[in-house]
Write a protein that binds this ligand. Structure first.
Ligand SMILES: [Zn+2]
Length: 214
């Protein structure tokens, strides 16, 4: 019963374990700094930014979302993402967020794709911003846990595809700033394949913004 209640009403901060709030102000402050420029080993070919390093409260929050299904964190992580996007946004062009793909089986296990959910929460805070999920990972791609950098690159190469649903591309205004968003940037392999897959359908990505950079 306790476990069931915890699922419905998380009462511990996912970052520090403080009781009574899902994501406390101190942990939120760790993601409130200006986004930092990061350079993953596999260059996605566009500027990459992170709200913070993959450490401390932010890392624990990302893991809580992935491994414990903490859906409640989409709102605070989305708000942090929105603040980062406000700082990076060059001008008043429409902003389009394209979530990096996750393996569908993994997303299902987690009860929906948490990157999409966080992106939608972020878009809710920003004027003229929309989320267009259109990237998929082909079946058969192994989970990247435990793989080396080159194995990961091989694992992902050519396996990210833009699979726009009906009209997805038409949802992207011609003058839009397109930003690829993800929870964690590690080797950069997924980001690079995502940018390439979008390039193949003539959707130019301006930047990558992630919650944490490993
Ligand atoms: Zn906390």
């Amino acid at each position: 019963m306790r476990t069931l209640l915890d699922l419905i009403l998380p009462t511990d901060c996912a970052g520090c374990g403080a009781v009574g709030v899902g994501w406390c102000a101190e942990c939120a402050a760790t993601l409130a700094r200006p986004p930092m420029r990061v350079r993953p080993r596999t260059d996605p070919g566009v500027p990459c930014w992170a709200l913070g390093p993959y450490a401390g409260p932010a890392r624990r929050a990302v893991l809580a979302v992935k491994e414990r299904g903490r859906r409640d964190l989409a709102e605070p992580l989305g708000l942090a993402l929105a603040a980062g996007l406000m700082r990076l946004r060059a001008d008043a062009r429409p902003l389009v967020l394209i979530p990096a793909p996750s393996r569908r089986a993994a997303a299902r296990r987690r009860g929906g794709d948490p990157v999409v959910r966080t992106a939608r929460a972020a878009a809710g805070w920003l004027p003229d911003c929309r989320v267009v999920p259109m990237l998929r990972v082909w079946w058969g791609v192994r989970d990247s846990v435990g793989l080396t950098v080159s194995e990961r690159q091989h694992n992902m190469r050519g396996h990210v595809v833009a699979a726009p649903g009906a009209g997805a591309v038409s949802e992207i205004p011609g003058n839009a700033e397109v930003v690829l968003v993800d929870d964690v940037l590690t080797t950069g392999a997924t980001a690079r394949e995502s940018v390439r897959a979008l390039g193949r359908i003539r959707v130019p990505v301006c930047a990558v913004l992630v919650t944490c950079s490993a």
